[in-house]
Design a protein around this ligand. Structure first.
Ligand SMILES: [Fe+2]
Length: 342
């Protein structure tokens, strides 16, 4: 039998690595775990080689410490096996770029900070092939994301409202705005393919968030069926009301047995115009991390749990993208009833 799956993907990975400014003579590590997609490993390896990079493929043991299986949740700590593997760490410290094909990456880890401090760029890839292809970035995406970052940096308040009942005010003072643009072309930069979004890390927020039917709960990868009303006081979920989905969220937070889990984390909006809200419903849950929903242009994405600028490092992390919201930075409307302006 001939398996040519990787052949279809090699051109795609080559385009991505070009966006990541991979140059001849650079050192590139393809990082995998045993359950990584073999065709991604082969495609990344071949693409790197075709661009003249010095490529090494490293497979480390899998596993995740979060109270969730390691099935591309986007919520976990990543591979703890690497925390105790100085050789693997050294490989990434010395690399110019790491193509991270592990199931959870290093999104919320201190190890990621150390890797980036060495100037290594990291591009994380977890979603299904069609999702990667449809949402592959353009060089100008980074500029769009950076413009949104500057708007957040100069703002005082992020205000989110919706016909469903959301009415939230979040402080932007010292909110450390950031972005994802789908490729990592600067030294010390982590990014995620696919993604295009802007986020802030409000130190506090207040009001109400109403999840409407059709909104998405991550990492569960489900669509909300009945409205859920979250009361937010001092940046913390003080009360949850609603039906089955509300109970699910209550149970998640109760099971966490972790006061930090109740606090709001990053929030912002999606800029990715190629995103498909329905892709989550078309795949089995293991195939996708859900970046279509997280980054869809005009969504409001908020999250719970970890907050690096407030010293909260819990692994209990929900990402919840909402449709149909109006988002303002002070008086400037950036998203109107779910439509991205500009
Ligand atoms: Fe998140």
């Amino acid at each position: 039998m001939t398996d040519l799956t990787a052949a279809d993907l090699t051109d795609l990975f080559r385009r991505e690595l070009q966006l990541c400014a991979v140059k001849p003579g650079e050192s590139l590590v393809v990082l995998a775990e045993p359950s990584s997609r073999a065709e991604y490993v082969a495609a990344a390896f071949g693409a790197a080689k075709s661009l003249g990079a010095h490529v090494i493929q490293a497979t480390v043991p899998g596993g995740s410490p979060v109270p969730l299986p390691s099935v591309r949740t986007g919520s976990g700590a990543g591979l703890l096996s690497v925390d105790a593997n100085p050789l693997a760490q050294q490989l990434m410290f010395e690399a110019d770029i790491v193509v991270d094909l592990t199931n959870e990456g290093f999104i919320h880890t201190t190890l990621l900070k150390q890797i980036l401090q060495h100037g290594t760029r990291v591009i994380f890839v977890a979603d299904a092939p069609e999702v990667l292809a449809r949402n592959i970035g353009q060089p100008e995406d980074k500029l769009r994301a950076k413009e949104a970052v500057e708007l957040l940096r100069g703002g005082k308040e992020l205000v989110v409202t919706s016909a469903a009942g959301t009415d939230l005010v979040a402080s932007l003072d010292n909110g450390h705005p950031g972005y994802q643009c789908g490729f990592a072309d600067d030294p010390g930069r982590w990014d995620h393919w696919p993604s295009l979004m802007v986020v802030s890390w409000p130190l506090t927020s207040r009001g109400t968030i109403v999840l409407a039917p059709g909104d998405v709960l991550l990492p569960f990868k489900t669509y909300v069926q009945e409205p859920v009303t979250l009361s937010i006081t001092d940046g913390r979920i003080a009360d949850i009301k609603g039906g089955a989905d509300a109970r699910l969220l209550e149970m998640f937070l109760e099971d966490a047995d972790d006061e930090e889990a109740y606090y709001l984390s990053h929030m912002g909006w999606g800029l990715m115009k190629t995103a498909d809200w329905f892709s989550l419903s078309m795949y089995d849950k293991e195939s996708n991390m859900g970046m279509d929903a997280r980054a869809m242009a005009g969504n409001f994405l908020f999250s719970t749990g970890p907050h690096p600028f407030m010293g909260r490092d819990t692994y209990n992390h929900l990402d919840i993208p909402l449709r149909g919201c109006t988002i303002r930075v002070d008086d400037k409307v950036v998203v109107e009833e779910g439509r991205l302006l500009g």
